[in-house]
Ligand binder design. Structure first.
Ligand code: GLV
Ligand code: MN
Ligand code: MN
Length: 416
């Protein structure tokens, strides 16, 4: 390649595509809600596929709906250089999470095409299915399956809140083929780079333009079900109660304390859902279901919080005479970025005199699972006040374009 040719990111086009994609939403703007395999999500997928085809990329979709848009290299059988992210969005989200990595990745490829670059390795944009856990309770469905982290058999058992299986939902979305076929063959990737908003405040606070992610924290999700005894809020005397919500309240605080006790900034724990049954003002809670999310860059520290939760369940059960079930839904290992991919990103920043810093991702990403089968690193751009998963999530078009430019340079280095 003539690497002296300047790579030009079309900032206006990228910004207008971000707005167009944000319009595929089940929420009032500026909020974006795009749950996997809803009619809205399917329209957004069709839109992005057309965008990729318009750029001359060969588009294929696997049985879980991961979309691969390929720019075939001079050596088509050489391992692929991948980039990408997700376009599904949690309820009441913003427009940048995931989308910046997809549209920024597409623009990076277009910029390389326009600069006359001829990749030796094929470069592929990947739009992963259901990075968000909203519908099936477990995140990164597409990347778990393609990396073999989740088996087809386990995936088939997943259901949404209406009890509809993933199998039914995906077939209804027109995805035929068997989930067994989603796993990529060994050696498929040469390297993978994901561009993403930081989803935290550090870059903005430190006034640094870019973050090069060197490790991704490992999430564990648990469902805790507490069964006590319901009854009349007036009639049942306090000494006779087996209130499931009071027991759950003890657990929620125990989880928070266990994360705080770890003393490490990377240990975080959240109870994000508390479903109370029967949820009536004058009825003692008979049953409570909690969803728990625990993360760390250190597996032993993360698992210590899980054990503390299990201990708190035993203690609350004995103290309050309630039944408690603690079910581990997933417990993933953290990932380290690959030095060679980090080096490509650093070199790309240096080529343009962009300032950058090493970072840890405390959010998880599809790259966590891609790391099981490929060398990977991530590139973060700042987002206003670190806001994410909320409608006022914002990244400036200048920051997005800068990220896309560094991504393009890194892809070129990795693919030549
Ligand atoms: C991904 O969205 C996460 O929850 O980290
Ligand atoms: Mn997200
Ligand atoms: Mn994301």
């Amino acid at each position: 390649m003539n690497r002296r040719v300047e790579i030009h990111i079309n900032k206006d086009k990228l910004e207008s595509e971000l707005s167009e994609l944000a319009a595929f939403s089940d929420a009032e703007p500026p909020a974006v809600t795009r749950i996997v395999f809803t009619a809205t999500d399917l329209k957004a997928r069709a839109w992005i596929k057309t965008r990729c085809e318009d750029s001359g990329l060969a588009v294929r979709q696997d049985a879980i709906g991961n979309i691969f848009a390929r720019w075939t290299g001079v050596e088509p059988s050489a391992p692929t250089v991948g980039t990408g992210s997700h376009i599904d969005a949690i309820p009441n989200a913003g427009r940048y999470d995931g989308v910046v990595g997809v549209l920024g990745g597409l623009e990076a490829i277009r910029a390389l095409q326009e600069a006359g670059f001829r990749p030796r390795h094929s470069i592929e944009l990947l739009i992963f299915t259901s990075e968000e856990p909203t519908r099936f309770g477990i995140g990164c469905l597409g990347s778990r399956l393609l990396s073999g982290t989740l088996t087809a058999e386990a995936a088939r058992k997943l259901t949404d809140k209406d009890g509809t299986t993933l199998e039914e939902v995906r077939r209804k979305a027109g995805l035929d083929g068997e989930l067994e076929q989603v796993k990529l063959p060994p050696g498929y990737y040469k390297a993978f780079v994901e561009l993403h908003i930081e989803q935290g405040p550090i870059l903005e606070r430190e006034q640094v333009s870019l973050g090069i992610v060197e490790r991704i924290a490992a999430p564990a999700s648990l469902r805790v079900t507490v069964e006590g005894a319901g009854g009349h809020a007036g009639g049942v005397l306090m000494p006779d109660r087996r209130d499931a919500l009071c027991a759950a309240a003890e657990l929620i605080l125990a989880i928070e304390q266990a994360a705080q006790r770890s003393g490490a900034i990377d240990t975080v724990a959240t109870v994000g859902i508390c479903d109370v049954f029967p949820s009536a003002v004058n009825s003692i809670p008979a049953k409570v279901s909690l969803s728990v999310d625990i993360r760390d860059t250190s597996l032993p520290r993360r698992d210590a919080v899980i054990r503390a939760l299990e201990g708190a369940c035993r203690a609350a059960s004995a103290k309050r005479q309630v039944e408690i079930q603690c079910e581990l839904l997933n417990a993933d290992a953290p990932a380290e970025a690959a030095p060679a991919v980090v080096a490509a990103l650093r070199q790309a920043c240096e080529m343009h005199d962009f300032d950058f810093m090493p970072m840890t991702s405390r959010a998880y990403h599809d790259s966590l699972f891609v790391s099981r089968i490929a060398t990977m690193a991530m590139l973060f751009i700042p987002c206003r006040q670190g806001y994410s998963h909320r409608p006022d999530e914002y990244a400036s078009s200048t920051d997005i374009a800068r990220g896309a430019l560094v991504l393009a340079e890194a892809l070129a280095m990795l693919a030549e």
